[in-house]
Design a protein around this ligand. Structure first.
Ligand code: MTE
Ligand code: MO
Length: 199
């Protein structure tokens, strides 16, 4: 008996081609949180950028929502091996937030309500690679998924997309955040399968 394999057409399907190594497709939207879901009221929400000494920029919800927004469709890849394709978000590009920032500090630690942190090279949040997203599928982002607003960095494993994000601290040297300290990769490129710090 012939086994009709997925290679029947001689090509991978479009969705398989979008799947990094070791990942499987899911259509639901799992919730992965290291702690309880914080409830953040919009009148207390803020996002700040600091250099470890001084606050350089600060937005409250009103001024943040006056910034230009983008609607984007991106693929999500969690290090626990699920991937979700073509997710739709609305958010403010990090390019907008750091546009007139003058700094020679090449790394950033993103900070969330709760104790969650995650580190990123500044160049990875520039040039339409990262957003602070406040809508998912056209609706206000659910608290479980990081609402009112979360970082979205779809080209890296999803632990880099800090939920309930409240600020970024610019750094001279790269430092591990929450999961990176627990053995996950300092960078986390899903296409290179950079899951753990030994890889
Ligand atoms: N503040 C915060 N952000 C977080 C996390 C967390 O525990 N706390 N978990 C991360 C991990 S490991 C993943 S896979 C994604 C999960 O996002 P989701 O719950 O919306 O699927 O959020 C990331 N951002
Ligand atoms: Mo994750």
């Amino acid at each position: 008996m012939a086994i009709i394999s997925r290679g029947f057409s001689g090509r991978r399907s479009a969705s398989e081609a979008k799947l990094p190594p070791g990942q499987y497709l899911t259509t639901d939207f799992p919730v992965l949180s290291a702690g309880p879901t914080p409830r953040i009221s919009l009148d207390r929400w803020e996002f700040t950028i600091d250099d470890g000494r001084n606050v350089l920029k600060r937005w409250d919800w009103k001024s943040f929502r006056e910034l230009p927004t983008e609607t984007i469709t991106v693929d999500l890849h969690c290090v626990t091996r699920w991937s979700k394709l073509n997710t739709s978000w609305e958010g403010v590009s990090l390019d907008i937030l750091i546009a007139d920032l003058k700094t020679d500090l090449p790394y950033a630690m993103f900070r969330s309500s709760g104790d969650y942190t995650t580190n990123l090279p500044l160049k990875d949040v520039m040039n339409k690679q990262a957003w602070i997203a406040f809508k998912y599928n056209g609706a206000d982002l659910e608290p479980e998924h990081g609402g009112p607003a979360r970082l979205l960095v779809p080209h890296l494993y999803l632990w880099k997309s800090a939920k309930w994000v409240k600020g970024m601290t610019l750094m001279r040297n790269n430092k591990p955040g929450f999961w990176e300290n627990l053995g996950y990769h300092i960078y986390g490129d899903p296409w290179q399968e950079q899951r753990y710090s030994t890889e």
